[in-house]
Design a protein around this ligand. Structure first.
Ligand code: PHE
Length: 451
C-alpha cells in the first residue's frame, strides 16, 4: 500500500487565509476587464442590478453547494463525487470539472503573460508602446515575448504550488490579495481625480434599460459563475482543504462581497480614465491592452500607473491560475496517489502542449480557424459556454437527487453560528428551485437554442 494513502490531507491554517485563497481564485481577469466590458455593452447600471441579483439568487447557492461537497468529502472535485456517490455516473460532473479547469489553463496564462509583459513594456519600452498602442500590442502578442511571459507566469504558479496548500497557496494569497486591494485603490483615486471622470462613473452606474435584453440577462448569469470560479471544481478542491470547524457562511459572504466589490472598483479605475481622455469604452478584449495604455500615456506619471495597472492584472490572474492548476494536481494526487512533484510535471508538459498554440493564435496561427474560431477563442468558448454550465448543472442535480439538500445544508451548518443564519434557511430552496432552471437557461442560450 502506498504511503500517501495514510498521509493526512493538508488543511488551510486560518479562516482569513482560506478566505483569501478563495477570493484570490474568484478575483481574476474576469473582474478586471470582462465584467466592465460586458457591463458596458449591456446598459451599465441596468446590467449591474441584474448581475447582483444573479450573484445572490444563483451564485451564492452554487458556491455553498460546492463548498459543502468539497469539505464534507475532503477530496478534490472528481474524487469528491466518487466518494459521495460510489460506482455511479455521478462522477461525471467531477470529471468535467477537471477537464474544464485544464482547458481554461490552456489559455488563461497567455493573458497573464501579456499582463506581466506589459509591466515591463510600461517601465522600459514606454515610447514604443504608446506611439501606436494597437500595433504595439499586435507585435507583442504575436512575438516570442508572449510565449516567454506566459511560461514565466506558469513557472511562478508551479513554485507556489510546490510549497503546498498552507505555505504556498494560503501564504501567497494572504500577501497578494491585500496588495491587489491597495494597488486598486491607488488606481481608482488616480482615475476619479482626472477632469471629466464623472462621465465614466455615469457609464458604470446609470441604468439604461433599453440596452438590456435577454442576452444581457444571460450574460450576467454566465458571468456570475465565471467570476465566482464555479462549475469547474475549483471551490470543491479548495474547500477540501478547509477544516471541519471553519465557518462556511462567513466564507461565502466574504468571497461574494469581495468579488463583486473588486469588479466595481476595477470599473471605477478603468472607465473614468477612458472617458476623461475621450477614448472608446467599447473596445472589448482590447480595452486593457490597447485603449488603456493610450489613456495612461496622456496623464502625468502615466508610465508608472500603467505598470501598476498591469501588475494588478497579473496578480489577479496569478492567484486564479493557482486555483485552476490545483484542480488537476489534486486529482492526480487523490486518484493516482501521485506525488505533488510528479503531478506538477505532468500538468506542465500537458500545458506546454495545449498552451503553445493558444499563444500562437495571435501570431502564426491567427488565420487557422476551427469552427470559425481561433484556437485561443475555441478553448475559451468551449470551457465557458459548454463545460462550465454543463458541469454546474450536473452538480446541482447531484446535490438535489443524490447527495441531498439536507446533507449539503447540514454540512454548511456545522458551525453553530450558521444555524440561525438566513443563508442556511434560504439555501435549500434556492438550490432546488432557482439554480437548475437558471443554469438550464444559460445552457440553452449558449447552444443557441434560446436567445
Ligand atoms: N474567477 C476568475 C475571474 O473572475 C476566473 C476564473 C475562471 C478563475 C476560471 C479560474 C477559473 O477571472
Amino acid at each position: 500500500m502506498n504511503h500517501h494513502h495514510h498521509k493526512e490531507r493538508e488543511k488551510f491554517s486560518s479562516q482569513f487565509g482560506q478566505i483569501m485563497a478563495m477570493v484570490g481564485s474568484a478575483v481574476g481577469l474576469g473582474n478586471i476587464w470582462r465584467f466592465s466590458y460586458i457591463l458596458g455593452i449591456n446598459g451599465g447600471g441596468a446590467f449591474l442590478l441584474i448581475y447582483i441579483l444573479c450573484v445572490v439568487l444563483v451564485g451564492i447557492p452554487v458556491l455553498i453547494s460546492e463548498l459543502s461537497v468539497g469539505r464534507s468529502s475532503a477530496l478534490s472535485s472528481f474524487n469528491a463525487y466518487k466518494k459521495l456517490a460510489p460506482g455511479s455516473a455521478w462522477i461525471l460532473p467531477g470529471a468535467l470539472g477537471v477537464l474544464g479547469a485544464t482547458v481554461i489553463l490552456g489559455y488563461y496564462p497567455v493573458v497573464a503573460g501579456w499582463a506581466l509583459g506589459y509591466v515591463f513594456e510600461s517601465l522600459f519600452n514606454w515610447n514604443a508602446v504608446t506611439t501606436n498602442t494597437e500595433l504595439a500590442f499586435t507585435v507583442f502578442s504575436s512575438g516570442w515575448k508572449a510565449w516567454t511571459f506566459a511560461a514565466i507566469a506558469l513557472l511562478a504558479t508551479v513554485l507556489v504550488l510546490l510549497r503546498g496548500v498552507t505555505a504556498g497557496i494560503e501564504k501567497s494569497n494572504k500577501i497578494l490579495m491585500p496588495l491587489l486591494g491597495l494597488i486598486l485603490i491607488v488606481l481608482v483615486v488616480r482615475s476619479l481625480t482626472l477632469p471629466g471622470a464623472v462621465k465614466g462613473v455615469e457609464f458604470l452606474f446609470v441604468p439604461d434599460f433599453s440596452r438590456l435584453g435577454i442576452n444581457g440577462i444571460l450574460d450576467a448569469l454566465g458571468h456570475s459563475f465565471y467570476s465566482l470560479s464555479l462549475g469547474m471544481g475549483i471551490m470543491i478542491t479548495y474547500a477540501s482543504y478547509m477544516k471541519k470547524e471553519s465557518n462556511l457562511a462567513e466564507a461565502t459572504v466574504v468571497i461574494v462581497t469581495m468579488d463583486t466589490l473588486i469588479a466595481l472598483l476595477a470599473g471605477l479605475a478603468i472607465f473614468p480614465a477612458v472617458f476623461a481622455l475621450g477614448l472608446n469604452p467599447g473596445q472589448g478584449a482590447g480595452l486593457a491592452f490597447v485603449t488603456l495604455p493610450g489613456a495612461f500615456a496622456q496623464m502625468p506619471g502615466g508610465r508608472f500607473f500603467s505598470a501598476l495597472f498591469f501588475l494588478l492584472l497579473f496578480i489577479a490572474a496569478l492567484t486564479s491560475i493557482m486555483s485552476l492548476m490545483q484542480v488537476p494536481i489534486a486529482f492526480l494526487e487523490d486518484e493516482w496517489k501521485m506525488s505533488k512533484r510528479r503531478a506538477l510535471l505532468i500538468v506542465c508538459v500537458l500545458l506546454f502542449i495545449i498552451g503553445t498554440p493558444a499563444v500562437l493564435s495571435f501570431g502564426p496561427l491567427a488565420d487557422r480557424l476551427i469552427f470559425g474560431f481561433t484556437y485561443f477563442d475555441l478553448l475559451d468558448k468551449f470551457a465557458n459556454n459548454i463545460l462550465l454550465p454543463v458541469t454546474a448543472f450536473l452538480g446541482a442535480l447531484f446535490i438535489i437527487f443524490r447527495f441531498g439538500l439536507a446533507a449539503s445544508t447540514e454540512e454548511f451548518l456545522t458551525d453553530a453560528k450558521n444555524q440561525r443564519s438566513i443563508l442556511g434557511r434560504l439555501y435549500p430552496f434556492a438550490e432546488k428551485y432557482i439554480v437548475p432552471i437558471a443554469i438550464a437557461l444559460i445552457l440553452l442560450h449558449a447552444t443557441g437554442l434560446f436567445s
